[in-house]
Write a protein that binds this ligand. Structure first.
Ligand code: PLP
Length: 385
């Protein structure tokens, strides 16, 4: 496909996917090889060893760059592997400003792996961007923003973060996993790096674990590509193929995730068993206007707090679903229900998670693309338990 500025759905299907020159195969072959034969030392067709470059992975990277309107993309063997490469841009003494509601694994990596190595993390309420500037000092090097946040669906103003980052020459990295490139493109809003857990909406079928980084700056790309190859958290060709296949329907799936998400959020909003609901599409969500400004729609992630429910009652409801499955992860075609306090966010100390609302009676829904009437009926029967 040429570099012409095609629309999202066209890029999802075609970007990076050239017919195979040797056979004309329309699908990118799975180059299941670790090495490439050289004619004479150093003389090869651009591929030497598959940790550095693999043609299947490269096709996927081109596709992801196109979806985020970025110049470069790099795929990693997991979302955490991609974040690890970003933080490795820093050195001891450097400081990072990040949110107080993060994916549990991100919080764990920052506090348990990189803090002991001397990198300083400030976990601040970023829903009001003016809080961020208060933590900037001479050692600050990076802002790490996740929006919408997992699981309380806080919305962080990416443009406002970018303004602070530019002013103080900081790298702004945005975890765009919950929105997917279909709903939000942080580079266009001034971010330097977009990170995805490709495992979620991009893969979309709960069959691959993968991460990705997308960026525009040449020297930032070179530094991260060096870490990518040197540290080696690179994915295999089979997984790259599966993700390319998954992305071909990303726009269709996202439309249905958003449609089902809205119907379910509206159903739950007035349900007597629900004390609180987090979904950025409601006009009374504290940052609804920012969500409207920076996202194309509001997605299929919804969190609910159950009314008068202790842990036992919460577990009973969480285990009573028939169409929703009780599982970690999100963004797949099948609807999932998750209990953050004991599952995805168990690594965050109780006082800290409760401060941002991750209480024992909170459940997180990843609304899939099944028939929404069946999903609503399933919620109704489970909440009745
Ligand atoms: C799942 C997730 C990650 C981690 O990605 P993996 O692919 O599981 O390593 C990071 N950020 C967010 C928001 C996630 O949901």
């Amino acid at each position: 496909m040429s570099d012409k500025n095609y629309k999202f759905g066209t890029k999802a299907i075609h970007a990076g996917a050239e017919p195979d020159p040797s056979t004309g195969a329309i699908m990118t072959p799975i180059f299941q090889t670790s090495t490439f034969v050289q004619e004479s030392p150093g003389k090869h067709k651009g591929f030497a060893y598959a940790r550095g470059k693999n043609p299947t992975r490269m096709a996927l990277e081109k596709n992801l760059a196109a979806l985020e309107n970025g110049k470069y993309a790099l795929c990693f063997s997991s979302g955490m592997g991609s974040m690890d490469a970003v933080i490795k841009l820093l050195k001891p003494g450097d400081e990072v400003i990040t949110g107080d509601d993060l994916y549990g694994g991100s919080y764990r990596m920052f506090t348990k792996i990189f803090a002991p190595m001397g990198i300083v993390f400030h976990f601040v309420n970023m829903t009001d961007a003016s809080n961020i500037a208060k933590y900037v000092n001479a050692n600050t090097k990076m802002i790490w923003a996740e929006t919408p946040t997992n699981p309380t669906m806080q919305i962080i103003d990416i443009e406002a973060c970018a303004k602070i980052a530019k002013e103080h020459k900081l790298i702004l990295a945005v975890d765009n996993t919950f929105a997917s490139p279909y709903l939000q493109n942080p580079l266009a809003l001034g971010a330097d790096i977009v990170m995805h857990s490709v495992t979620k909406y991009l893969g979309g079928h709960s069959d691959v674990v993968m991460g990705a980084l997308i960026m525009n700056d040449d020297s930032l790309y070179e530094r991260i590509a060096f870490i990518h190859n040197s540290c080696g958290a690179t994915p295999g060709p089979m997984d790259s193929f599966l993700v390319m296949r998954g992305i071909k329907t990303l726009h269709l799936r996202m439309e249905r995730h958003c449609f089902n998400g809205r119907k379910i959020a509206e159903f739950l909003k007035t349900h007597p068993a629900i004390e609180k609901i987090y979904w950025p599409g409601f006009t009374d969500h504290p940052n609804h206007e920012i969500a409207k400004k920076q996202m194309r729609d509001f997605g299929g992630m919804i969190s609910i707090v159950l009314k008068n429910a202790d842990l036992e009652k919460t577990f009973k409801i969480a285990s009573s679903f028939e169409v929703f499955s009780l599982a970690e992860s999100l963004g797949g075609v099948e609807s999932l229900i998750n209990h953050p306090a004991t599952m995805t966010h168990a690594s965050i100390p109780k006082e800290e998670r409760e401060r941002v609302g991750v209480v024992d009676n909170l459940l997180r829904l990843s609304v899939g693309v099944e028939d929404v009437e069946d999903l609503i009926a399933d919620l109704a029967q489970a909440l009745d338990k």
